[in-house]
Design a protein around this ligand. Structure first.
Ligand SMILES: Cc1cc2nc3c(=O)[nH]c(=O)nc-3n(C[C@H](O)[C@H](O)[C@H](O)COP(=O)(O)O)c2cc1C
Length: 380
């Protein structure tokens, strides 16, 4: 039997030891965008747990692009040493350090999830923090009660592109080897793509070509400074899951345009464009977004990453074996079990050793196994 989930994957000069990615997960634990010990421990346990690629959470390219006051950011050179500490540890464990850069658009200036999401209020609880001005392609709030964003001018767009470029350069200087542009979940770039949030009358709105224009310009600007031999991904919401929203055909077109601009892989998520921060629009069941990754991989001829309620090692292996996606990302399941890849390897392959584990654990676990089962130890 073959286990393609555990085969190496190379893009350019970067090789992941297997196909398992830690999906970006905001911790809302930063102060002024700065990573701290929490982030090192959070990411470190996945690095010790056998993943091939670890993607840092949405990292804002400007302070106003944060979802909450607790988001990471790379808007100044002062951030570089703290990010380097994270990439360094990840790399030391044989894992590819990846980072997602984003701008939250009209979903910026929000409360942390456990404070109820939604827009921050001037008269809200002190520990939620003060709101700031948000911006988006059109001055349409996310949902009732949310901030009305400022409609971006062409100067805003030019400025933001340059800021995106600077953050990309800082990500490189911080030792990251894999970069993802966040164009999903209703944040700024997705809100340009979706006809539900982009009602612009200029060249950056209208039909799909117009709505793709700014996201593609950002991707081009990023690709121009991100080294050719280092992988560039874009995360999309493959469908909005709402009437009149983005369809899988739209996303396949977008993926073709991304490919022609040197994007290596499309990370296929869905939803998030309207109706609250955690509105679930696409019916959820294990592997529910895998068909999006499969359709885009086949339709655009580009590599894809599948994500969303993938919990079972057999399902994860099948996704790769059946050519539905090239990489498999885990979010909450990684929180449940940071050692998921190590357990999945043993359960899929039947290998009873702990050879794949960090030696600091594996050495002891092998001996525990032998003391529980001396006959196997003697035979082995
Ligand atoms: C705590 C948490 C934070 C998240 N933060 C991000 C993020 O920063 N960027 C992003 O694209 N997705 C984010 N997501 C979505 C995940 O990356 C993933 O796509 C989603 O949880 C579905 O995968 P799962 O079912 O394996 O958790 C977050 C999810 C969780 C649970």
């Amino acid at each position: 039997m073959s286990f393609p989930l555990f085969t190496p994957f190379t893009l350019g000069s970067v090789t992941s030891r297997n196909r398992l990615v830690v999906s970006p997960m905001c911790q809302y634990a930063a102060v002024d965008g700065m990573p701290n010990d929490w982030h090192l421990a959070h990411l470190g346990r996945f690095a010790q747990g056998g993943f091939g690629i670890i993607m840092l959470e949405a990292t804002a390219v400007v302070p106003e692009g944060r979802i909450t006051h607790g988001d990471l950011g790379l808007w100044s050179d002062d951030h570089i040493p703290a990010f380097t500490r994270l990439s360094h540890f990840i790399k030391q464990q044989g894992v590819v350090p990846a980072i997602q850069l984003g701008h939250a658009g009209r979903k910026a200036s929000s409360a942390r999830p456990w404070h109820g999401n939604g827009s921050l209020q001037v008269d809200g609880p002190a520990d939620h923090g003060q709101p700031w001005l948000t911006m988006a392609p059109s001055a349409i709030p996310m949902a009732e009660g949310w901030h009305t964003p400022k409609e971006m001018t062409s100067l805003d767009m030019e400025t933001l592109k340059a800021q995106w470029v600077s953050a990309t350069q800082r990500a490189l200087q911080s030792g990251f080897e894999f970069l993802e542009v966040h164009a999903a979940h209703g944040y700024l770039l997705h809100s340009f793509l979706s006809p539900l949030s982009n009602l612009r009358q200029d060249a950056y709105g209208g039909d799909l070509d117009g709505r793709m224009k700014f996201p593609l310009e950002v991707v081009e600007a990023v690709r121009a400074v991100w080294p050719d031999d280092k992988p560039l991904a874009v995360r999309i919401s493959a469908v909005d899951g709402l009437d009149g929203g983005i369809s899988i055909e739209d996303s396949t077109r977008f993926a073709q345009e991304l490919k022609s601009r040197g994007v290596d892989i499309v990370d296929c998520s869905s939803g998030g464009i309207a109706g609250g921060a955690s509105a679930a629009r696409v019916a959820r069941k294990p592997g529910f977004q895998v068909p999006f990754a499969q359709a885009i991989r086949a339709g655009a001829g580009i590599k894809t990453m599948a994500v969303g309620l993938i919990m079972d090692p057999v399902m994860a292996n099948d996704v790769v074996a059946q050519g539905q996606a090239d990489l498999v990302a885990l979010g909450r399941e990684a929180l449940v079990n940071p050692n998921w890849p190590l357990h999945a390897y043993r359960s899929l392959t039947g290998d009873t050793s702990f050879d794949q584990w960090p030696v600091q654990a594996g050495w002891w676990l092998d001996r525990r196994e032998w003391s529980l089962n001396p006959t196997a130890a003697a035979a082995g």
